[in-house]
Design a protein around this ligand. Structure first.
Ligand SMILES: *Cc1c(COP(=O)(O)O)cnc(C)c1O
Length: 405
């Protein structure tokens, strides 16, 4: 009999969104006439920008002729896309990142989940709490944690993000090797400012640690003084890997394209203390386990890097961020305390005194027919909160706020 990887059994049975779907389905079955508004799942709803679909249509035509057909592409991604990313997202903003340091993938979830493979199995990890569950779960699967006890995995340094610290986690007073940060954060919708990131870079340097920085929502930042990239911080190139995605930036959740930045000189060490560039390990991993993102998709992604492309993605982002404002204002008017929603499409809502995340989820569903996401599903510090997303249609967002008023 083939023995299984028992680390998988450490993970809780029911995935957050499966449980939400189960409860919504049951409610709908019991109340067939109820018109439910879904502000729960973090998926976009608006169509792809026209520049992207035009570029993909042209790429499909290329694929239909032998002279312009593309087979396997370069594992690191086509240089036409990597050059554009380097120029528009980094060089133009005065940030030093080159096309050689960018690795295209079929989405950021894979990159955030796979990156841990290039680090030692006994690496100590620190993870923001609450946060996107992929970082923690992939480390559990890899055996870097003990078992789940009272909502926390043993051996993990949780970095509490609470109202008291403005959801900006402080470096721990213990040594860790890998630090997962997400800014703008999913689910709290809050950001790490320059001073906070400087503290993290200093901590990473002092601890020979690597920061794994998820900037999937960078394009949603509206406030000028909030860093879009961790490389805006002096010294970050020596300690940080950055993840980005076209999913939320350009509506690519179903089209699939993301990338990771690994600076040329960023190194890890061997057990004997030799330095090894992390970039080399990632290239080795990707060339073995990944065969590239579709040419058609990379053409579609590259199309956002033109004046017209930027105008179209900003219109898309504005649409969602107007929803975010409607939700923030609607909730405030209804007497709720909210966070986020200014630099991210997520609004983090404090549940009324004494009501848990799941109780509030049920109340919102039963009384207002609105689906949110219980904060507790993103980590123990998410208890007492609920996440609403701005990714719905304008009509549904307005309707949901009318119900709450
Ligand atoms: C949506 C999201 C991603 C991107 O996922 P893709 O696989 O690129 O669709 C990454 N990180 C966070 C925090 C997200 O919410």
């Amino acid at each position: 009999m083939a023995r299984i990887n028992e680390n998988y059994l450490k993970l809780p049975e029911s995935y957050l969104f499966t449980e939400i779907a189960r409860r919504v389905k049951k409610f709908q079955a019991e109340n067939p006439a109820a018109e439910i508004i879904r502000l729960g799942i973090g998926d976009v709803t608006q169509p792809l920008p026209k520049v992207c679909t035009d570029a993909m249509t042209a790429a499909v035509a290329e694929m239909s002729r032998a002279e312009t057909f593309h087979g396997y592409g370069p594992e690191q991604g086509y240089s036409f896309l990597r050059e554009k990313i380097a120029e528009w997202n980094y060089t133009r903003r005065g940030i030093s990142v080159t096309a050689d340091e960018i690795f295209i993938s079929d989405g950021s979830k894979c990159d955030c989940g796979n990156i841990q493979e290039i680090f030692s199995a006994d690496s100590k990890i620190a993870i923001a709490d609450p946060v996107y569950p992929v970082y923690l779960d992939t480390n559990v699967m890899a055996g870097r944690t003990g078992t789940l006890r009272d909502g926390r995995f043993e051996g993990v340094t949780y970095l509490p993000c609470t109202a008291e610290n403005n959801f900006s986690p402080a470096p721990p007073d213990t040594h860790v090797d890998l630090i997962y940060l997400c800014s703008p954060n999913n689910p709290t919708g809050t950001t790490l400012d320059k001073a906070a990131l400087e503290r993290w870079v200093a901590f990473a340097k002092a601890n020979d640690a690597v920061i794994l920085y998820d900037a999937a929502y960078a394009a949603y930042i509206t406030e000028e003084n909030i860093p879009r990239s961790i490389y805006e911080i002096a010294g970050a190139r020596d300690v940080a890997i950055e993840f980005r995605s076209f999913s939320k930036t350009a509506g690519f959740t179903g089209t699939r394209c993301g990338y990771v930045v690994i600076p040329e000189n960023l190194c890890g060490t061997t057990s004997t203390g030799d330095k090894v560039p992390l970039k080399n390990l990632w290239i080795r991993r990707q060339t073995t386990k990944f065969n590239g993102t579709a040419y058609i998709v990379q053409r579609g992604a590259a199309a956002i890097y033109s004046d017209e492309g930027q105008a179209q993605i900003h219109a898309l982002i504005d649409y969602y961020m107007t929803n975010a404002r409607i939700i923030r204002e609607g909730l405030s008017a209804a007497g709720f305390k909210t966070y986020g929603g200014i630099n991210a499409p997520y609004i983090w809502l404090k549940t009324p005194e004494g009501i848990s995340s799941w109780e509030f989820f049920d109340k919102l569903l039963r009384e207002y027919k609105i689906v949110g996401t219980p904060g507790a599903g993103f980590g123990p510090c998410g208890e007492g909160y609920l996440r609403l997303t701005a990714f719905g249609s304008r009509e549904n967002t307005l309707k949901a706020m009318e119900r709450l008023a």
